[in-house]
Design a binder for this molecule. Structure first.
Ligand code: HEM
Length: 280
């Protein structure tokens, strides 16, 4: 029952992010001075998208409130409960930031914070889902065989991915160039390979570590391809406005999934592996 509830909440949160990216595409020029035509310049489309975005905010807000009630009532571990409250706080902040653009488009700084916090909210909801599901299992931790440890490597991947989301939002809202975003993407790709391939080889039959490591590798590959696709279309000014919108909206949404996948792998590694150094 709770599994289905979380799946619906995550689906609604992802739709909220996609709708937000579509609204941004309609009201804000593309980064780097590229003035490719947007999805549609027809006003009713923008009004419809904005209304759908606001409606989905209320749906996600209501579902998050329900989740918090359930977490306080049924979950004994403190961290999923604290994450539930953090999710509600971020949702409130996101609502307030979004309201600043009701009569005009968001300022670059507000748009940047609004775009950066959305993937964080989605990742927190995924982390709560992991906590809720793991509650039913009794996990006997295995020794972390990584050198450096998988525990520290997965934390590095999550921090780098969070930085990447922030750099992407800063570029999208005209606060920064694209170079740091591209360079960090190369670092992330390497780090993800350095973590996921040895992790899959060390635990080939593990029920959660193997799929989580494989999932992160696949979603990172998709995300980097979408990023290069968006960048090339922007750079050469080719492709229809629909192609560009599809690529950039998909890149924004998959950015949130990539951050969530890295956080999920970090949580699973910390739950399933213990330090091989007895002092730590
Ligand atoms: C793991 C890798 C990556 C992540 C997590 C990521 C994440 C993001 C995020 C969250 C945004 C902001 C989207 C928005 O606010 O609507 C963004 C924008 C952007 N990223 Fe990436 N990115 C990655 C890799 C790349 C790569 C390799 C490129 C290639 C050049 C790239 C090019 C772009 C471009 C051109 C934009 C702005 C275009 C737009 O969405 O309108 N990204 N990225």
């Amino acid at each position: 029952m709770m599994f289905r509830y979380m799946a619906i909440l995550l689906l609604c949160a992802l739709s909220l992010i996609v709708l937000g990216a579509l609204v941004t595409r309609e009201v804000q020029p593309l980064p780097g001075g590229f003035n490719a035509p947007l999805v549609s310049t027809v006003q009713p489309t923008l009004i419809w998208l904005e209304q759908a975005h606001v409606f989905m905010t209320w749906v996600v807000g209501g579902l998050t409130l329900g989740l918090i009630g359930w977490l306080q009532w049924r979950v004994r571990r403190p961290w999923p409960r604290s994450l539930g409250l953090a999710a509600l706080l971020i949702l409130g902040l996101e609502g307030w930031l979004g309201m600043q653009g009701v009569r005009s488009s968001l300022s670059p700084a507000i748009g940047f914070f609004h775009a950066s916090l959305a993937p964080v909210l989605f990742s927190i909801l995924v982390a709560i889902a992991a906590g809720v599901i793991a509650q039913k299992e009794r996990i006997q931790p295995l020794k972390d065989p990584g050198r450096p440890s998988f525990r520290s490597l997965t934390v590095a991947v999550s921090v780098l991915t969070l930085l990447q989301v922030v750099l992407g939002a800063a570029y999208r809202h005209g606060l920064l160039g694209v170079l740091t975003h591209i360079l960090n993407a190369l670092v992330i790709t390497l780090t993800v390979l350095v973590v996921s391939i040895p992790l899959i080889r060390a635990f080939p039959g593990h029920p959660s570590l193997r799929p989580a490591a494989l999932g992160l590798a696949v979603v990172t590959a998709v995300q980097v391809s979408l990023g290069f696709g968006t960048f090339i279309v922007l750079l050469i000014g080719a492709g229809s406005s629909t192609t560009l919108s599809f690529l950039s909206v998909a890149h924004g949404a998959t950015g949130a999934i990539t951050l969530a996948a890295s956080l999920l792998l970090t949580i699973l590694v910390w739950q399933n592996l213990c330090s091989s150094n007895p002092k730590t």
